[in-house]
Design a protein around this ligand. Structure first.
Ligand SMILES: Nc1nc2c(ncn2[C@@H]2O[C@H](COP(=O)(O)OP(=O)(O)OP(=O)(O)O)[C@@H](O)[C@H]2O)c(=O)[nH]1
Ligand SMILES: [Zn+2]
Length: 187
């Protein structure tokens, strides 16, 4: 486990590697944004905890991989603001509208630290486990060589169905099992 501190923000991130990540081949990787409620408290209203588990399981199965655990709770708005956003969602807003009502953009995350973290552990190319094409683009923009996107679609349940469908519709997430919520036209 390697620890990093972002100079500008003081945020502390970690890279957890498994196996021979300096092998020169593309390495299975997960860049995971902190979600205290999902990752540590087993919340079912998002898919974060399930994705974290599945990513670690896949890395173990592959025998080699890296987890970048990024301290960007609540898509960058922080834990307390995320709790406020959840309250708005409990009163009808979707995940994007709730952020906007609190005065934030839908996604405030920054991936600029990832390249340096990967360089430090000797990884030059990755196979990224994500459903978020904007994450792939952001990493590439910062110079990370993403050879492949590996879908990471797990944990769908009745409590996160609406949340996942908003991610697909408004945030561009590629979710194979996404079904449009519109009711079928009656003939
Ligand atoms: N602001 C806000 N953040 C949320 C909400 N639900 C989950 N999060 C945060 O969203 C982040 C995870 O982002 P997601 O949009 O679920 O997924 P992603 O990282 O873009 O894409 P994947 O790589 O496919 O997981 C974590 O930091 C969570 O704390 C919410 O309703 N509002
Ligand atoms: Zn979550």
């Amino acid at each position: 486990m390697h620890g990093f501190e972002e100079i500008d923000t003081g945020k502390e991130h970690i890279a957890l590697t498994f196996g021979d990540v300096r092998c020169g081949q593309p390495v299975l990787a997960r860049t995971h944004s902190e979600c205290l409620t999902g990752d540590a408290l087993f919340s079912m209203r998002c898919d974060c905890g399930y994705q974290l588990n599945e990513a670690l399981r896949s890395i173990a199965e592959a025998g080699c991989g890296v987890l970048l655990y990024l301290r960007q709770e609540g898509r960058g708005i922080g834990l307390l603001n995320k709790i406020k956003a959840y309250n708005l969602q409990d009163h009808g807003a979707d995940t994007v509208e709730a952020n906007e009502r609190l005065g934030f953009a839908a996604d405030l995350r920054d991936y600029s630290m990832c390249k340096a973290m990967l360089d430090h552990v000797g990884i030059s190319q990755i196979k990224l486990m994500t459903n978020n094409p904007r994450k792939v683009e952001a990493l590439k923009r910062y110079g990370v060589e993403v050879n492949e996107r590996v879908p990471l679609e797990v944990g769908r349940n009745p409590h996160n169905e609406g949340y996942l469908s908003t991610k697909a519709k408004k945030l561009g997430h590629l979710l194979v099992t996404h079904q449009d919520d519109e009711p079928p036209e009656t003939v």
